[in-house]
Ligand binder design. Sequence first.
Ligand code: ADP
Length: 183
Amino acid sequence: MKITIGDTVLELVQGDITQQNVEAIVNAANSSLAGGGGVDGAIHRAGGPQIMTECRAIGGCPTGEARITSGGNLKARHVIHAVGPIYNNGVSGEAQLLANAYRNSLKVAVENGVRSIAFPSLSTGAYRYPVRDAAGIALQTVAAFLKDEPHELQLVRFVLFDGKTFGTYGTILRAFESQTAGE
Ligand code: ADP
């Protein structure tokens, strides 16, 4: 499924983010940038040790922010390491921090001249953010950035690993599309 915002395609696919042929992929990193399971482990395995060497030199990244490294052996030239919040009870500022993680990733991408970027579903794995809420924040934040900020992005792709997450993002994007259809 895809929609167009200005000159940018925003699309959802089901798949593995490490295989994407885009200029930058986003990693669901932790604040120590020390690697981990889930998408983080997959990116370091596929990209090779160069990415970890660069992460160590950066040292860490606060929740809600993002840092860039090279893509190592990946097709993507860059990895943008974004730190989403650990979901606690939903009233500890998680929504704002998750929105910040998406916004700051896009900001770092734009600063580095990136024209195509792929995101995983930040925070909805080990960090337990409810997928429906996280999908709403992800899609709203990206759409607002594409509308409001200067950028040269041609493609923003969400790469959802499992069918359930892919389905939920699809439902939210369709609802969002029908809401904004008359604008
Ligand atoms: P977090 O710690 O931010 O919750 P996780 O990596 O545990 O991050 O999970 C985030 C999402 O990434 C989950 O939906 C998970 O299924 C998904 N995921 C895991 N491996 C991959 C992959 N190779 N490509 C894309 N998404 C992936």
